[in-house]
Design a protein around this ligand. Sequence first.
Ligand SMILES: C[S@@+](CC[C@H](N)C(=O)[O-])C[C@H]1O[C@@H](n2cnc3c(N)ncnc32)[C@H](O)[C@@H]1O
Length: 289
Amino acid sequence: MKKKQNLLLQPVLKWAGGKRQLIPQLEKFFPLKYTTYYEPFMGGGAVLFHLQPHKAVVNDFNEDLINCYKCIKDNLDELLEKLKYYETKNDATSYYKIRAIDRTDEYKNWSPVERAARLIYLNRTCYNGLFRMNSAGQFNSPFGSYKNPCICNEPVLKAISKYFNENEIEFRSGDFYDACVDAPKGSFVYLDPPYDQYEEQVNFVGYTKNGFSRDDQKRLKKMCDELIERGCYIMISNSKTKFIEDLYSDTTKYISYKINTVNARRNINSNAQKRGEIEEVLIVGKFEE
Ligand SMILES: C[S@@+](CC[C@H](N)C(=O)[O-])C[C@H]1O[C@@H](n2cnc3c(N)ncnc32)[C@H](O)[C@@H]1O
């Protein structure tokens, strides 16, 4: 029998490329049975919170983000208390003061939970929920001027904390390759990397200081080949560019990929008029006996 879904489990952070709205289109491709769920590009975690697996390994290159999830798990009360304080700070002066803290020496002494609360506050109050860093690794998104941003979503935070504590969820922070190195046969690996850029796309500054190059996309494809060979179920989201379609058309006798088109609404384009429906791909990997 299918486990009852907890509808309170949902992303607590706004994340560029978040998959929440796409879930109804992804759903029919999820495997019905798997052992451990791996999500090496977790971001806001929309797919994890939808699937609610009992055993999962989640990872993101962004250490601040993973710290945030660890604090939701281990320091919920302190985190809620700090977020309640931040609820009184939805004005530009406070925002820029709090944003500037990572440019000071004082920030080095901040505890993990203080950092997590600041990240959630900035994420909920900054423009478009854009997690953007300058080359020195300092948060630099402008203030969003939202009337009533939900800074402390207590029911959702409590549900996430309970889910993390009552299940076997392991957090990692590093490159996707290392995160999946021990994925055993029968696991389901969902990969949602930073997308290959559409030719006409204005330059969206990457999630990490280093960005994600076409060589990284090739490295990812190589890892998928290895995981499929090992007997893992693979699903990859990406943009529908010629480069990606060509990359995953490169198959072997045993490994093949089915490229499905899905329609998404995206709003990372800085030109509001260019936001809207866009075709993306959902690639499903298969081992052919
Ligand atoms: C498209 S987002 C994932 C969105 C997520 N599926 C969601 O629903 O919110 C891509 C994520 O990959 C992370 N990332 C970038 N480079 C990475 C790397 N080399 N290894 C692991 N994660 C990386 C970014 O920090 C970002 O959170």
